[in-house]
Every structure is written in C-alpha cells, then in structure tokens.
Design a protein around this ligand. Structure first.
Ligand SMILES: [Zn+2]
Length: 164
C-alpha cells in the first residue's frame, strides 16, 4: 500500500506541476523550454509541456503532429483485455465480454499521439472513468519515444517559421 500511495502522490504532484507551468508560461515559453530540452536540462513534465497544442503555430494541424483524433478501428468486444492496472493499480474485475475501447495513455487534448505505444485498451467502464485525466497518467515512466518525435517535428516547423 505504501508503494501505491507513493505512486499516486508522485502522479498528482506531476499533474499539478504540469497545470501550474502550463498556466504560467507565456508565448515565448516554447523556445525557452526547447532550449532546455536541447541541453538535456528539461525534466519529464517540461517535455510533456513542449507537445501541448497551445504552442503550435496556426498552420500546423493536430493531425499533422499527433495523428488522427481516434485510433483506427477500435476493437469491439472480441478478445480484448482491459488494462486498468496501468492507471489504477488493480486488474479489471469486470467481465471480459464487455466492449473495449482504444484510448490514449497521454490524452490527445494535451498533445498525445495516436500511435501504438500511446494506445491503451480499456473496457467501456474504465474508458469512461479515464476521460482525459492527467492525474492518473503514469508519470513515473520515462518520457515516451513519440514525445521526442513530436518535439523534433514541432521544432523544425517553428524554427522555419521564426526564420522567415
Ligand atoms: Zn476495466
């Protein structure tokens, strides 16, 4: 139980930090954060902030950076397994015959990619519970590779725009 408490405390602290920094950053925030990223001085929360849609020039669509809004052909009720454990720390006790949904681990609204490594299979009940909640995002895991891909793509577009 001590382990779970520590994990939840860390997740909530990261979510709070994320929201606080998102709120306090100004228009120049992206370049500042990116400079830190280039010199390996940016923390995990800062990296996740770099891919937030608020920084994007109007010319870049969400689809171009994150992929489509939803996962292609979400599985129905055929042979799925609810991965509630990753978010809530316990195995889903509901029947395996429920309808399953492919959801984003890091939410799309905050810049999450529609990519296999950011895909989470949840039963219909846990899918509704998750929503876009960043408090249950597994912040204790390392920054996913797709985040670095997004940062590179954003940087090339934003730097090209500021140079012109
Ligand atoms: Zn479930």
């Amino acid at each position: 139980m001590g382990g779970l408490r520590r994990i939840l405390t860390e997740r909530w602290r990261n979510a709070q930090d994320y929201l606080h920094r998102l709120d306090s950053l100004q228009a120049t925030g992206w370049s500042r954060l990116y400079a830190g990223h280039r010199t390996n001085q940016l923390d995990h929360v800062g990296q996740m902030l770099l891919i937030h849609p608020i920084w994007r020039p109007d010319a870049i669509t969400a689809e171009a950076i994150q992929g489509p809004r939803a996962f292609y052909a979400p599985p129905s009720n055929a042979g799925g397994r609810c991965n509630a454990e990753l978010l809530w720390g316990y195995k889903c006790p509901l029947l395996a015959t429920r309808t399953f949904h492919a959801d984003h681990v890091f939410p799309y609204w905050a810049g999450g990619s529609t990519i296999g490594s950011n895909r989470l299979l949840l039963c219909d009940v846990h899918n509704r519970m998750k929503g876009g909640d960043l408090h249950i995002y597994p912040w204790e895991l390392p920054t996913p590779d797709w985040v670095y891909d997004q940062i590179s793509r954003l940087a090339s577009v934003i730097e090209a725009e500021s140079a012109s």
